[in-house]
Every structure is written in structure tokens, then in C-alpha cells.
Design a protein around this ligand. Structure first.
Ligand SMILES: [Cu+2]
Length: 140
């Protein structure tokens, strides 16, 4: 019994460390392999966090909170599409999006995507080139 208790303590201590580590980022929920809800903070001009991970083929609620002084949006590009400059952007490559929202407002959408790595941008003029970009990992 003594050995078992000792083992349990180590497991508990390990979980505590993980828990404390997970609390370091209170700027938003970056999700996890099977997350069904994430929160994104849009600023001038970035996303916090800028990497998200959610479950594949599952309804996932995404909430965008605009903490900036400008309008912002959160646009997921179609799988396999990646731009490196705003010049390459056309509406046709948007898989889904939270369209531009005013400062101090928020909006939510439900997404349901197959596994893959998606580029996310703010498609408003000048915002992608200013750094509003992120990566959405769906599944694994
Ligand atoms: Cu923006």
C-alpha cells in the first residue's frame, strides 16, 4: 500500500505541474486535440493566441473577441491554401469566417472541419501584411 500511495502522489504532482503550466496563457483558449470550443482575441494587428487545435469532424465553437481599435475578422482558408502576401488573397479561398466585427464586440461561429492544418488570416486591407495570421490545426 505504501508503494501504491507513493506512486499516486507522483501522478498527482505531475498533473499539478501540467495544470499550472496550462494556466500560463490567459489570453485565450488555444484548444487541444479534441477541443470543441476556442476563444480568439483579435488585436491591432495580431491574434492571441495565434495557434489553435480543435477536434476534427466535430462541431467546434469559435469565439472572436475584438480587443483592438480597428475592425477585425477571423478567416479560415481552404485546406491546402496558404498565402504569404495579401496580394495573393481572393475571397474564393475562404473556407469559413467570422466577418469583420467592431472593436469591443465579439462574435461566434460553429465550425466542423476535416483534419488538416489551415491558415487563418484577417482579410481586411493591410491586416494580414501587418501580422494578423494564425494556424488552425484540426485533429491529431
Ligand atoms: Cu484585422
Amino acid at each position: 500500500m505504501r508503494v501504491l500511495r507513493s506512486g499516486q502522489f507522483i501522478v498527482a504532482a505531475g498533473l499539478a505541474v501540467l495544470f499550472v503550466g496550462g494556466c500560463g496563457d490567459d489570453d485565450g483558449n488555444a484548444g487541444g486535440a479534441d477541443a470543441t470550443e476556442i476563444t480568439v482575441e483579435a488585436g491591432d494587428f495580431n491574434f492571441k493566441p495565434s495557434e489553435w487545435q480543435v477536434a476534427a469532424d466535430t462541431d467546434v465553437t469559435v469565439t472572436l473577441e475584438n480587443e483592438g481599435l480597428n475592425e477585425h475578422e477571423w478567416a479560415v482558408l481552404t485546406l491546402g491554401t496558404e498565402i504569404s502576401s495579401e496580394d495573393e488573397f481572393i475571397e474564393d479561398i475562404v473556407e469559413l469566417e467570422i466577418e469583420k466585427i467592431d472593436p469591443d464586440t465579439s462574435d461566434s461561429i460553429t465550425i466542423n472541419l476535416p483534419a488538416g492544418t489551415y491558415q487563418v488570416i484577417c482579410a481586411l486591407d493591410g491586416h494580414f501584411d501587418a501580422g494578423m495570421e494564425g494556424t488552425l490545426t484540426v485533429g491529431a
